[in-house]
Design a protein around this ligand. Structure first.
Ligand SMILES: *Cc1c(COP(=O)(O)O)cnc(C)c1O
Length: 376
């Protein structure tokens, strides 16, 4: 199980609310797009930081029968949360991890000829044709059999016959950029490579691919980020519901004069007399440090009662300063919470401001916050 240091609300500086209802509704929308194909859930990295132990049962209940993780240890967490599920491990197979695959009842995604040989040898030794997926590379050059390895494998049918080939998959490198020419090229390469195998269900689409359209969806879609409410396609409106809300407690409210500076490095000078609220959250809670403010470069925004309060100065390890001058007094009291992530300022808004992607924002959301699961 995931070990999570639970921080009781009065002691925690920040509160992370994860809306499992929105998460499930997002998955259902993606599953409707994927139909008549199936839709899996990608839950690697503790369900993108949101909690395998909570997200997986909710998805399984909604009808998600297949989960993808990166590592065998994550497969074990998924198995504990979804006893009936089919679980694929994207990171492939090494003989040392055979016991972990057994224990989790997980299937490897075999990504090289050596891994295919190792799985075939295991099945041979056990006298059981255990299921696995094969990953073929179609242009990303990360994991997956190259075209040459697919040729070599085709010349050795006894290898693929020694286990149950349950899925042939590949992964899109540029699905977040619909007009990128590599997308269509990967579909073409995948079509010709999968034809080298006996008829087998096929999977190509991550979240972006699922949104891109029918040529990408095939038999099984593998969305991750869109399930968690993140933006899958760049420069398009995001059709998914936000899933996370991060709020931080106001520790104190203070006034500083025009011309004074705020925070480490004194990188932001106040241009007016300013009311500042100091929040009990910082980069140690997963909030991205690069989203702070500086002269000539506005920072991210917080919201109080729907009113915007821009960050001022650098984000500290445990503290963030915001400008609440324009926020009605009633919302600005020590002990109140300010929203750092949510419907007003999303995970992707923060990522854009900090020069990263929503995936990184989500997977960093921290071990020091009080977690609340809602909407079950
Ligand atoms: C992480 C991952 C996914 C999910 O990608 P998203 O962009 O989060 O939808 C799908 N397939 C593979 C192989 C992955 O590594």
């Amino acid at each position: 199980m995931v070990s999570r240091r639970e921080i009781p609300p009065p002691e925690a500086g920040a509160r992370l609310t994860i809306d499992l209802g929105a998460l499930v509704a997002n998955w259902r929308d993606l599953a409707a797009l994927a139909a008549p194909g199936d839709c899996a859930g990608v839950v690697k990295a503790d369900a993108y930081g949101l909690g395998i132990a909570e997200a997986v049962p909710a998805l399984a209940e909604a009808g998600c029968a297949t989960f993808f993780v990166a590592l065998p240890v994550e497969a074990r967490q998924v198995r504990a949360a979804a006893p009936e599920a089919t679980i694929y491990v994207l990171g492939g197979f090494a003989p040392e991890s055979a016991a972990a695959f057994d224990e989790a009842g997980a299937r490897p995604v075999l990504g090289s000829l050596a891994e295919v040989e190792a799985w075939a040898a295991l099945c041979h030794a056990e006298g059981a044709r255990r299921p696995a997926a094969i990953h073929v590379d179609t242009g990303m050059n990360r994991l997956g059999l190259s075209a040459d390895e697919v040729d070599a494998l085709a010349a050795r049918p006894e290898l693929t016959e020694s286990f149950e080939l349950a899925l042939v998959m590949s992964h899109l490198a540029c699905a977040d950029t619909p007009e990128h020419p590599l997308n269509a090229r990967q579909v073409d390469r995948f079509t010709s490579l999968r034809a080298r195998f006996p008829p087998t269900p096929a999977s190509l689409a991550n979240s972006g691919g699922t949104l891109l359209g029918p040529p990408y969806r095939l038999d099984l879609a593998r969305p991750g980020i869109a399930v968690y409410g993140g933006r899958a396609l760049a420069d398009r409106p995001n059709p998914m519901r936000p899933v996370v809300r991060l709020e931080a407690r106001i520790l104190q409210v203070r006034t500083a004069r025009a011309g004074e500076r705020v925070g480490y490095g004194a990188v932001q000078t106040l241009t007016r007399d300013t009311r500042l609220a100091i929040l009990a959250a910082g980069y140690a809670d997963g909030y991205i440090r690069a989203a702070g403010g500086a002269d000539g470069r506005p920072g991210a925004s917080a919201y109080l009662g729907g009113h915007r309060a821009p960050l001022v100065g650098r984000v500290s390890m445990d503290l963030i300063a915001i400008d609440v001058t324009d926020v009605p007094e009633i919302f600005v009291k020590s002990g109140n919470y300010a929203e750092l992530l949510g419907d007003n300022f999303t995970v992707d808004d923060l990522a854009d401001r900090a020069g990263t992607i929503g995936y990184e924002v989500l997977t960093r959301l921290g071990g020091r916050v009080h977690r609340v699961y809602s909407g079950e």
